[in-house]
Design a protein around this ligand. Structure first.
Ligand code: COA
Ligand code: AMP
Length: 636
């Protein structure tokens, strides 16, 4: 007999309307839908058309109305501030959210308005997101590690009425003042927000700009609590910008209805947790993992979500994760493999785990990059629980492939995120858009329509949405990942097909870094590649060719381009290494051979492409790589 995963998967393929329509009964709708799935305007599909709802109501108020008001909704644990801990019950969270929503409403924020949130990992970030949703407005959270110029791009695209920030963020050894970044971004942007709410942290207070800035605490103290505003299920809940193949980030749109339906269901079906369970996504609210699994999914499911302002190592040591799991009785942890590699490197025998009671802990979920077999084995051995690699993207909002622990636990195959989740018709296609045989590598695509919770489009950019994701494989969504499926339908995600690299689980575009490097006055052309790194998975590495006649010190130019990337994209780009070369290897048609350079850097077997213009450049590239600490070539 088919197991529960197979039953769910088959029904989701044969009868998506019935499958998701049944699941949607777990959501409180202000008005029911006319249609579960509107297929009238392909390739644009919409879920729960005609329905009205409010995401904040379902994530917070509903639990209070159902008698769970005294249950912990959010635990804040902050080694960065010397061990601050704070718990909000669902009633307390409702109160805080309603008051901040009231403060924004008093400043004119309403349905459909955009609110940019640029905050560190403090509860007020979650409160600001939920308060925006409460008003039927649309948030766009920007990760704190991005520089002012990146924030400015998002301001000009989203055109926010309001912005919300804090006086500072805390990184080990340094306090990052956010106010100068906010001011710098607003100066750079053409669009200007009407109002900025500033949450003052004691570690560094900010001077407010009169007539524009409001102190969070003052505004909340004066505010009347605001009620939830009903919106269409298809209205946007948020925009989350992610790296695209050019310097202009893509504004991924998430709707209200389909997002709630899918996310609430994943908590039970994928993560096997329910109301009252403590769920911890060790990520940041600025990433999709933070949106989906620090904020919305655990709260929709009535879990207790944990917000950790710290690092896996150094706050104070590599035992931090074990302390948090034990102290707060965490049942499921979700993080990126890089976090476990950092812990493993500092404490290879997991000695710091001793003395902690981890008996409540049931499973570790990893995503953001492929889980390497070493990390998988280390985590399994020391935790003694399943370690589940699952694959997803900012665009999809939840897992495309996972071992669905609440449906049926399949044997784990190292290197695979297991099988497509229900709702996902995953196919591996060749260049002629035809499915390949099991085991053969191709472009991993998902047949349209995508399940609920996934991107309906890009913000104000339907044409770019089609061009970026739908045009290459008509009838399919192109994930941008290449890989294969085996004869048991296990998915293997091997590499990106574009210029995106994953650095410490953070998604970055090498093309965007190249744009920054090219802007240097002395640079004629450049290339940025992602090279393998034991800790972060990948790191960016730049090659620059100088303009004729430039005879400045190469070390100075390298320092300047490194600083430019940090100042323009942000510290999160982790761009620290570049080297000057006389030429770049290219094909005869002028395409830079980034793949060959990356293989040389990673000391992988490689063949010099037959189309290379002039292979005498390769020894110089090898020498340049060796000079910055990367291995020489083995191929030829
Ligand atoms: N605000 C400002 N700066 C930030 C920041 C933030 N919110 N987050 C990171 N940065 C800075 C870091 O301080 C670092 O600066 P530095 O160059 O001066 O050292 C830089 O951005 C690069 O950060 P990162 O790549 O994260 O490196 P790290 O050495 O600080 O930490 C890990 C490495 C592996 C410990 C960390 O990335 C981690 O815990 N990752 C796993 C969890 C995760 O974030 N996953 C994301 C998606 S699930
Ligand atoms: P992001 O949008 O930041 O979540 O990054 C999405 C990209 O990260 C995917 O397209 C993959 O390239 C990569 N990725 C995420 N999770 C996994 C995984 N479990 N295995 C392999 N690659 C992954």
């Amino acid at each position: 007999m088919a197991d529960r995963y197979q039953q769910a998967y088959t029904r989701s393929m044969d009868d998506p309307e019935g499958f998701w329509g049944d699941i949607a009964k777990a959501i409180h709708w202000d008005k029911p839908w006319d249609k579960v799935l509107d297929r009238s305007n392909p390739p644009f599909y919409r879920w729960f058309v005609g329905a009205e709802c409010n995401t904040c109501y379902n994530a917070v108020d509903l639990h209070v109305d159902e008698g769970l008001g005294d249950q912990a909704a959010l635990i804040y644990d902050s080694p960065m501030t010397g061990g601050t801990q704070k718990t909000y019950t669902y009633s307390e969270l409702k109160d805080a959210v309603a008051h901040f929503a009231g403060a924004m409403k008093a400043e004119g924020v309403g349905k459909g308005d955009r609110v940019i949130i640029y905050m560190p990992m403090i509860p007020e970030a979650v409160i600001a997101m939920l308060a925006t949703a409460r008003l039927g407005a649309v948030h766009s959270v920007v990760f704190g590690g991005f520089a002012a110029a990146e924030l400015a791009t998002r301001i000009d695209d989203a055109k926010p009425k309001a912005m919300v920030t804090a006086s500072c963020g805390l990184e080990p050894g340094r306090t990052i003042e956010y106010k100068p970044l906010l001011d710098g971004a607003i100066d750079l942007a053409t669009h200007k927000p009407d109002v900025c709410f500033i949450y003052q942290r004691p570690e560094a207070t900010a001077e407010l700009t009169p007539g524009r800035d409001l102190d969070w605490a003052d505004a909340v103290a004066k505010a009347e609590p605001a009620d939830c505003v009903s919106v269409a299920a298809t209205d946007p809940l948020y925009i989350l910008y992610t790296s695209g193949t050019t310097g202009i980030p893509k504004g991924i749109v998430r709707d209200n209805g389909g997002h709630m339906v899918a996310l609430k269901w994943t908590m039970q079906a994928i993560y096997d947790v329910g109301p009252g369970d403590v769920y911890w996504a060790a990520s940041d609210v600025g990433w999709v993992v933070g949106h989906s699994y620090i904020v919305y999914a655990p709260l929709l499911a009535g879990c207790t979500t944990l917000m950790f302002e710290g690092k896996p190592v150094g706050t104070p040591d590599a035992g931090a994760f074990w302390r948090v799991i034990a102290e707060h009785k965490v049942k499921v942890l979700f993080t990126a493999p890089t976090a476990f590699r950092a812990i493993k490197r500092e404490d290879p025998d997991a000695k710091l785990m001793k003395g902690y009671d981890l008996s409540h802990f049931k499973a570790l979920f990893l995503a953001g990059e492929r889980t390497d077999p070493d990390t998988l084995e280390w985590a399994e051995t020391h935790l003694g629980t399943p370690v589940i690699d699952h694959w997803w993207q900012t665009e999809t909002g939840w897992a495309i492939a996972s071992n669905c622990m609440g449906l049926h636990a399949y044997p784990i195959k190292a290197g695979s995120p297991t099988k497509p989740a229900p709702g996902w018709d995953v196919q591996v296609l060749d260049d002629n858009q035809q499915p390949v045989k099991p085991g053969d590598i191709g472009a991993i695509c998902c047949k349209l329509p995508l399940p609920p919770g996934t991107l309906p489009t890009l913000w104000n950019a339907d044409a770019r949405y089609k061009e970026a994701y739908l045009d290459d494989y008509p009838g399919f969504y192109k994930t941008g990942d290449a890989g294969y499926m085996d004869d048991e339908d296990y998915v293997y995600v091997m590499t990106r097909t574009d210029d995106i690299i994953n650095v410490a689980g953070h998604r970055l575009s090498t093309g965007q870094m190249e744009e920054v490097l090219s802007a240097h006055a002395d640079v004629a052309e450049c290339a940025v590649i992602g090279v393998a790194d034991d800790l972060k998975g990948q790191l960016p590495l730049g090659f620059v060719v100088l303009k004729a006649g430039v005879d400045r010190d190469h070390g100075d130019i390298v320092k300047e381009v490194v600083k430019m990337v940090r100042d323009t994209i942000g510290p999160v780009a982790a761009f620290k290494t570049a080297t000057v070369v006389t030429r770049l290897p290219k094909t005869r048609s002028g395409k830079i051979l980034r793949g060959t350079m990356q293989k040389i850097a990673d000391n992988q077997e490689h063949k010099v492409p037959a189309t290379i213009d002039d292979e005498t450049i390769l020894p110089e590239i090898e020498a340049a790589l060796e000079s910055v600490g990367y291995a020489g070539a083995r191929g030829g």
